[in-house]
Design a protein around this ligand. Structure first.
Ligand code: 2BA
Length: 108
């Protein structure tokens, strides 16, 4: 079994999680914040058997779009103080997907 962590844009999260749920996956949404831009994003947790990983990835590819965003002058948490006075355009995925091996899962 795998646990997929997918960090997606807030604007894509509703459609992506609906599509995943319709496809039979169980999804948990967490409100998260990117350390570089310091703006909100959404982390989806999806527990699935190994065969589901490809389908989850396919759905995320379909609903999560790449964007260009400008970093705020106050973005300092992840990149350090050197970025505090700079505005730079960065490409934000899509989705950043981590696939973790699950040692044990149980519902009580
Ligand atoms: P943020 O940390 O706000 O990063 C937004 C975008 O800024 C990133 O897009 C990347 O293009 C750029 N960026 C991030 N850190 C940077 C740095 N130290 N120097 C220069 N540019 C940097 P994505 O790579 O698509 O990431 C989108 C969001 O996904 C991130 O938001 C973060 O919340 C998460 N993420 C991405 N990779 C991650 C990783 N390896 N570990 C944990 N979270 C990650």
């Amino acid at each position: 079994m795998k646990l997929i962590l997918a960090i997606v844009n807030n604007d894509d999260s509703a459609l992506a999680s609906s599509a995943l749920t319709e496809a039979g996956f169980v999804v948990t949404k967490l409100s998260t914040t990117g350390g570089f831009l310091m703006v909100g994003n959404t982390t989806l947790l999806i527990g699935t058997d190994d065969d589901g990983v490809a389908k989850v990835t396919e759905i995320l590819k379909k609903y999560c779009n790449t964007r260009k965003q400008v970093s705020s002058p106050t973005a300092s948490f992840g990149a350090g103080l050197k970025h505090m006075s700079l505005q730079e355009e960065v490409k934000v995925g899509g989705a950043t997907i981590f696939v973790l091996e699950v040692a044990h899962m149980e519902k009580i």
